[in-house]
Every structure is written in structure tokens, then in C-alpha cells.
Design a binder for this molecule. Sequence first.
Ligand code: G1P
Length: 293
Amino acid sequence: MPKVKKAIIPAAGLGTRFLPATKTVPKEMLTIVDAPIILYVVEEAVKAGIEDIVLIAGRGKHAIEDFFDTSYELEDKLAKDGKAKLLDRVSKIRDQANIISIRQKQAMGLGHAILCGLPIIGKEPFAVLLGDEITMEANGESNVTAQLVKSFEETSVSTISVMKVEDKDVSKYGIAEVEQTSPGFFKVTSLIEKPKPSETLSRWALPGRYVFDNTIMDILQKAKPTLNGEIQLTDSMKLLCQTQGLNAMTFTADRYDAGDKLGYLQANIELGLKNPELRDDLKNYLLGLVTRI
Ligand code: G1P
């Protein structure tokens, strides 16, 4: 049975739901409660059993790779700022996984970013985690990447996660057209990147978690730019579903779209409520606030 031990985390583009980020502060480095978004994403991959994590960083994204470096300056600063807990989290991750950084020299889309990871992925299967979304174990389920890895290791078929969205959100996502095979599991029959709601009957959107067998790399190598002049992962997945096959699964684990303004606020509130140091004060604040709005 194939084992998934590698993952690619492409740096987020501006996307359609972007939070403003500056040249020096990529949105993956924005803080949710007490750690940058990217740390949660890397922790998700490690919990899914991933050992080699390839960060694909483009222009203005140095801060992401620097964050995982053993750096005297960073560690000294974190220690002086009383952020020993964050330092512990980063050190733990460094012990558990190899974090490798590859530079995407041209911003040519998500498909191109993934292809940049080929020298490390080689011929192996791999997970993809978009760097501005976070998923976490909840409702008795492990995080979404762990679920996809498990499904792939059982079936050997590339598997992506899907979630139901409302009509107004269809054009913000890649949308999968699917046939249900069992409760929560689907066979993907087609895909379309950011369609108008009238262009597809499906409301199954792609929240940015995927596990692929290596065929997708062959397809991406031949792919041509389409929407916005970019090599779209969605186009290559469409070819994959027509050839090797592509499965989809839905989830009830928690997911935060930390790259979206509302999603970012929700992530801070919900993860704040899960934080033992903040939980009681934040809960009291929210309960008081509710009576005033
Ligand atoms: C990308 C993908 C899209 C996916 C989305 C999830 O779009 O192209 O298929 O649904 O991420 O976040 P972006 O948000 O980068 O425009």
C-alpha cells in the first residue's frame, strides 16, 4: 500500500478571498491567537504523518521560510519576548519533519507552484495543503489532511476534500462535479475553476486539501496556462479524473479560511476559545458582547 510521507504547501496567491498582506508580511505569517497561520498548517501535515514538507515560496514570502530556520536572532527574540511556548512549538515541528523551501521564480499559478516541488516529491504520492487555510481534528474526526492520507493509503486513488457552499460562494472556489459512492465519499466526474453559479449544478467546493498519486505531476508538466494566464491545478485534476480517477470526501472536522477576512476573525475567536489561557475571559467577553449587538 502506498504511504504518503511528503507534502507541498504552496504560498498563497492573492486569490479571491484575500486579506491584505504587505511585501514583508505574507498572509501565512499573520497570527491566529498566538502563532502564525503557517505553523498551524505545518502542524496539520505532521499530524497526518507527513515527514518531508516542501514550502513553495514566491516573491515577498521570505518570512515563511525564515520562520522555520534555526536562527539565533529569531530564537533570541522569541525568548526575550516571553514567547517560549511558540519557540517550543517551532522546535518540536523541526524535530518531527524536514522543512524544505523551494522558490517559485514566477507567479504562474497553483499548478505551477506544485510543479516546483517535483525535485523533492520525485515519483512519490504527496499531499497539498494550501497555506491560508487551517483544518483541525473535531467531532471525533482527525484533521482533513490525515483523513485524505488514510483514504489514499486504502484506495491508492488520488483524493481531494470537498465542502458544500452557497450559490454566492461558488465563484470563489474550484468546484467538483461528483457522483456519490458511499456516505461522505464521491467519484469526481468533472471540475471547474471558479465558475458562475449558473455554470454548474454542483455546490461542492474545494477547500484546499488534496492527496495525489504521482500522475498529477506528469499532467502538470504538460499543462498550459488558462484562467488568468496561470497553470491551474483544477485543469490538471480534471484530466486526472478522466484518466486515473479522482475521489472526493467531505468532512466534519473544523476548517478555517484564515485567508479570508471573516474566516480570519472566526479562526481567532474559535481557536481563542480552545486556548486554556484565554477561554474563560474570551467567553465572558463574547457573552457580554452578544447582549449589546
Ligand atoms: C485556489 C484554487 C481553488 C480552491 C481554492 C481554495 O484558489 O485554485 O480551486 O478552491 O484555492 O482556497 P485561490 O483561493 O488561490 O484563488
